[in-house]
Write a protein that binds this ligand. Structure first.
Ligand SMILES: [Mg+2]
Length: 446
């Protein structure tokens, strides 16, 4: 059985040998030409040849065969003191999807400080994936990510972090299979490097100052986000002022209140922070206090950023419609995946809202996923905070992300451009630690 080649017809003014025609036309192996006749016009005669080749094989559909989710717990380099909790360990869910053609895709779901930050924890993420998402997606076309995502949204309401972890693994898998980076799948990169801020959250002003100066000297970070909201506002402003004075013109200072302030606190805080040269306040009030967020946005020059309130495109639309924030912290996990995060970005850009690439303190894997998307967006007016792996005591990627000159390099290669160090993952996986503790308990009890 043969089929006519898409290029179909070749015309030659003279009847050349078929091998020469085929060479001149750059016809690939497996194809051949066959004379089809000729036509004459004036004194010239054109010989027609048709290009034929094998019938194209029906493309085999690659299916989602298996979805595994594991929790890993990795210690942080120091205590990370937030308004709602102190983190000594970061826990994330790693997702590995196996496809019917033998390929794989990796994804990650993370949150900050368990349920003290938001309605999802790593435990709930794993449960949602194992119990609801995996059974719904098994057997589906692996390349049809939009269909899989729509199916996931039908099977699981809310739970954006769980959906994001799986959606990311589908994008990584598609990228690996096609030999394209996820940035290419999202339209191609605009940036090879992205600026990266660092979060100062030791809980102590002098420790934070020392840390900031070390980062500046090492040219690792020059934008600093201070976690505040645990102490009274007046003390917090004094803390920020001390760090701002030490950093001076060498960097910028922003704060993240993680919803801790009332509107009254926030008014006082916004005025005080503005006066000491702080450039941005992130999520000063509770995520459901949209009117208060708008009041602050309208009342002060200092930029007000929405973070926890943005749980996907619908929330982004709500905030943008009333211009209740100046800046969006775009987070892949919080948005429900790469595509919804890209929708959040589109809404911000259309509404004239500035962008900041936010993190849920993902490991190198989830960080690489976000970087692939963020590299395709022209303007990050407030930069990014893609420092997740630097807060962890150990690296779980086989090749770490490259941080230098105040920025991170966008990984090259198919998918997210990174791979896991399986020994490290096995070392930190919670079910192994629990079984070791169990074994130790048995021995201790013996
Ligand atoms: Mg935040």
């Amino acid at each position: 059985m043969s089929a006519i080649h898409p290029q179909a017809l070749v015309q030659e003014v003279t009847a050349l040998p078929p091998s020469l025609v085929e060479r001149r036309m750059g016809i690939g192996s497996g194809y051949r030409t066959r004379p089809l006749g000729y036509w004459t016009g004036g004194t010239s005669r054109c010989h027609l040849r048709v290009i034929e080749g094998p019938e194209p094989k029906a493309r085999a559909v690659t299916k989602i065969d298996r979805i595994d989710a594991i929790i890993i717990d990795v210690p942080t380099v120091r205590g990370h003191v937030l308004s709602m909790t102190t983190m000594l360990t970061q826990s994330v869910v790693l997702v590995r999807i196996r496809f019917s053609d033998g390929s794989e895709g990796l994804g990650e779901g993370a949150s900050i400080g368990g349920l003290s930050y938001g309605p999802e924890s790593v435990e709930s993420v794993k449960l949602a994936i194992d119990t609801y998402i995996a059974p719904a997606l098994l057997g589906m076309d692996a390349d049809a990510i939009a269909a899989a995502s729509a199916h996931m949204e039908k099977a699981v309401k809310g739970n954006p972090i769980a959906r994001a972890a799986v959606e990311c693994a589908l994008w990584d898998g598609l990228g690996r299979r096609s030999g394209l980076s996820v940035a290419q799948l999202f339209g191609g990169r605009v940036h090879d490097r992205l600026p990266v801020a660092w979060t100062l959250a030791s809980g102590n002003s002098q420790t934070d100052i020392d840390e900031a100066l070390r980062m500046l000297d090492a040219r690792r970070h020059r934008d600093f986000k201070l976690k505040i909201g645990k102490r009274p506002v007046k003390q917090d402003i004094a803390h920020v002022a001390a760090i701002a004075a030490a950093v001076g013109d060498r960097g910028t200072i922003r704060v993240d209140v993680n919803q801790a302030w009332s509107l009254t606190d926030a008014r006082y805080g916004a005025r005080g922070l503005q006066e000491i040269g702080c450039v941005l306040i992130e999520q000063p009030v509770a995520r459901d206090k949209l009117a208060a967020l708008k009041t602050l946005t309208d009342s002060y020059e200092i930029a007000i950023m929405a973070d926890e309130v943005l749980q996907g495109p619908a929330d982004a639309m709500r905030v943008a419609a009333n211009r209740s924030a100046d800046v969006f912290a775009v987070k892949v996990c919080q948005s429900g995946g790469l595509k919804p995060a890209s929708d959040v970005i589109a809404i911000a850009r259309a509404a004239g809202i500035d962008l900041y690439g936010g993190t849920m303190l993902e490991s190198g894997l989830g960080t690489a996923a976000a970087i692939q998307l963020f590299a395709t967006v022209p303007d990050w007016q407030f930069g990014t905070e893609m420092f997740g792996p630097l807060l962890l005591k150990d690296e779980i990627l086989s090749e770490p992300l490259e941080y230098k000159d105040f920025s991170v390099t966008v990984p090259q290669g198919p998918g997210f451009g990174v791979s896991l160090d399986d020994d490290k993952v096995n070392f930190y996986r919670r079910d192994r630690t629990v079984s070791l503790r169990g074994a130790a308990g048995v021995i201790a009890g013996a």
